[in-house]
Design a protein. Structure first.
Length: 106
């Protein structure tokens, strides 16, 4: 699957990059194409383009913060997950999201 996502925490200095890297690594290990954008006090890093947003199967939001640029994902399934869960169990998060999307599209 083609997955994009955004990780964000209040400061954006620790949990944000940790979650992004964990999800990217887990996604690749599971055979998915995944790109994670980071948002926080440092601005946006690894920004998801409009083209990437249009090409994705679904969006993971690893945050309970307000996310900038959500309009890029209009019409796409968006799954919000606690950022700590994404850090601690990234493979389980991706597997559960993929399963939910596959079941929804049947």
């Amino acid at each position: 699957m083609n997955i994009v996502g955004i990780s964000a925490c209040p400061a954006g200095l620790a949990h944000t990059p940790m979650a992004a890297k964990a999800l990217e690594k887990a996604g690749k290990a599971l055979g998915h194409n995944i790109k994670m954008e980071q948002q926080g006090s440092m601005g946006q890093i690894n920004t998801i383009t409009d083209e990437e947003a249009k090409a994705c199967d679904f969006v993971i939001i690893a945050s309970d913060q307000k996310i900038l640029g959500m309009e890029r994902f209009d019409g796409k399934p968006v799954i919000r997950i606690d950022i700590t869960t994404c850090i601690k169990a990234p493979e389980a998060v991706i597997k559960k999201c993929v399963k939910a999307i596959e079941e929804k599209t049947k």
